[in-house]
Design a binder for this molecule. Structure first.
Ligand code: HEC
Ligand code: CU
Length: 504
């Protein structure tokens, strides 16, 4: 029989295996022999047995009310699935329990846990689990290496309270984690946590796709991007918009909200922040001592966690972000908490005054933002009111192009396309834009600077290139929109036209 391998040696083995990059080579490494059921002492045998309640994110199992230990049976299933990662785009996720992050597990300090890891027969690969709550080699990974259609069992005692990450540790590990194989296990302290009115489960992860952000179709893991730590997506709960709209978290004014927040990685840490709220209490790094109060942004390491509590005092939408903000605004790390209930205008008044200020053009920003919200509603209403729109390619392109425009162009060219005198040239009725299709594509792809005359007026500014931010399809859509709106009229732009100019 193979002797137990000490952790450093195992780690070295895993590293070597991931260097080999072939999962078949690592399969042999991951396997450890069956050692037979543990002989439990009488005091453990006498404990009550219960099956752990597992929940899918953003939900959390109910607080544990017993004040004595139990033998808890956990049944966790590994499933490889295809699911939406962004609008129109699917991704091949590997999951614990069919969700990203995996099922939330809640136990109590002192519990003896009989853990079953079941790898669904439809899986293509072996998987295992390293629970940071476990004291022992590999956190359970050494004992749970499980082939497709198999089930492994091991037992551990929850010695330390805290909020712990669990993840797959099968080589190549960053790939298994990068495909969504992580979750949280809460080990409640003996006396429980202070009560909260609402508890939610949110985890951040970085995803490395073999295509652009929301690029459409089916995407899978991209190893070079992962090695360079260049994520395509940084997400809360495994998809763009997983906590937005009717999937937003909810609470009522006066409630104490608790977030169990973790970072699966595989690579990035999180500067976790809720816009418009202050964390009243933070259990830093998921430890069990209340470590800090009144915190704006808390650092959460990759493979780490935090527990934050905050009372919601006024109604509105509070936005969860990684305050490394490109991740929020360009890679998907945005969630929402919608709070309903009575206003308290002393705590937060709302906009009290909007007056003209002649010193700068700053007011344009808020006017534009208001107009953007109106337009976005219009688009939604239009699409809703007209189901045949989907069949009409040009209109469809216009609708999609409008969304691209409202994200990437309106700030300078304004929602109405009229530009800004002396600074940003107009697109509405622009003789310059309408004169040359290929030139317009080139401008969007590569940007523009130097003097230009539009409708008889000279401009000399800088337009940043959009080729790295937008897909070819998005460029075709936005150009179709701007050349067919505000009195302009032209044929729809095709992806092929964009590709041709891009290849110049
Ligand atoms: C940061 C501000 C900014 C953004 C964002 C921006 N532009 Fe521009 N755009 C400019 C400026 C400034 C010029 C003129 C550059 C010059 O003077 O050489 C310009 C010029 C143009 C022109 C040619 C001139 C004309 O008016 O016909 C087109 C077409 C155009 N932009 C389209 C777009 C589209 C489409 C987007 C979004 C995908 C976009 N721009 C985003 C600032 C911007
Ligand atoms: Cu795995």
């Amino acid at each position: 029989m193979k002797p137990a391998i000490p952790y450093p040696a195992r780690l070295a083995g895993l590293l070597l295996a991931s260097l080999a990059l072939a999962s078949s080579a690592s399969a042999a490494e991951g396997y450890t022999p069956v050692v037979g059921r543990v002989q439990l002492p009488p005091d453990v045998v006498a404990l009550p047995i219960e099956e752990a309640v597992l929940t899918a994110p953003p939900f959390v199992p109910p607080a544990i009310t017993r004040r004595t230990p139990a033998r808890v049976v956990v049944n966790l299933e590994v499933k490889e699935i295809t699911a939406r990662i962004a609008d129109g785009t699917d991704y091949t996720f590997w999951t614990y329990g069919g969700t990203v992050p995996g099922s939330f597990i809640r136990i109590r300090e002192g519990d003896v846990v009989e853990f079953h890891l079941n790898n669904h027969p439809s899986s293509k690969l072996p998987h295992n689990i390293d629970l940071h709550a476990v004291t022992g080699p590999g956190g359970g990974a050494a004992s749970t290496f499980t082939a497709p259609g198999h089930s492994s069992q091991f037992t551990f005692k929850a010695l330390n309270p805290g909020l712990y990450v669990y993840h797959c540790a099968t080589a190549p590990v960053p790939m298994h984690i990068g495909n969504g194989m992580y979750g949280l296990i809460l080990v409640e302290p003996k006396d429980g946590l202070p009560p909260a009115d609402k508890e939610f489960y949110v985890m951040q992860g970085d995803f490395y796709a073999n295509g652009p952000y929301a690029g459409g179709g089916l995407q899978t893991f991209d190893t070079p991007k992962s090695i360079d730590e260049r994520p395509t997506y940084v997400l809360f709960n495994g998809a763009v918009g997983s906590l937005v709209g009717d999937k937003a978290l909810t609470a009522e004014v006066g409630q104490n909200v608790r977030l169990f927040f973790g970072v699966g990685g595989p690579n990035l840490t999180s500067s976790f922040h809720v816009i418009g709220e202050i964390f009243d209490k933070v259990w830093l790094e998921g430890g069990n001592r209340l470590a800090q109060e009144n915190v704006q942004t808390t650092m959460v390491p990759s493979g780490g966690s935090t527990i934050v509590d905050f009372k919601v005092d006024v109604p509105g939408t509070y936005v969860l972000v990684d305050h490394s903000l490109s991740r929020a605004f360009n890679k998907g790390a945005i969630g929402m908490l919608k709070v309903t209930g009575p206003e308290d205008r002393v705590i937060y008044s709302g906009k009290e005054v909007d007056a003209v200020y002649f010193g700068s053009s700053a007011e344009d920003g808020s006017a534009a933002a208001k107009r953007q919200a109106e337009l976005e509603q219009e688009i939604a209403a239009e699409i809703k009111a007209n189901p045949t729109i989907a069949g009409l390619t040009k209109e469809m392109q216009m609708a999609k192009g409008k969304q691209v425009y409202m994200q990437n162009c309106f700030a300078c060219h304004l929602p109405s396309g009229e530009g800004m005198a002396g600074v940003f040239p107009p697109l509405a009725k622009s003789d310059y834009m309408m004169a040359d299709r290929e030139r317009s594509i080139r401008i969007v792809l590569k940007g523009m600077n130097g003097p230009v005359t539009v409708n008889g007026v000279e401009y000399n500014g800088v337009m940043p290139p959009q080729g790295d931010v937008l897909t070819e399809e998005q460029i075709a859509d936005v150009l179709t929109y701007v050349t067919n709106n505000w009195g302009n009229s032209a044929d729809a732009f095709t992806v092929d036209e964009v590709r041709k100019v891009k290849g110049e």
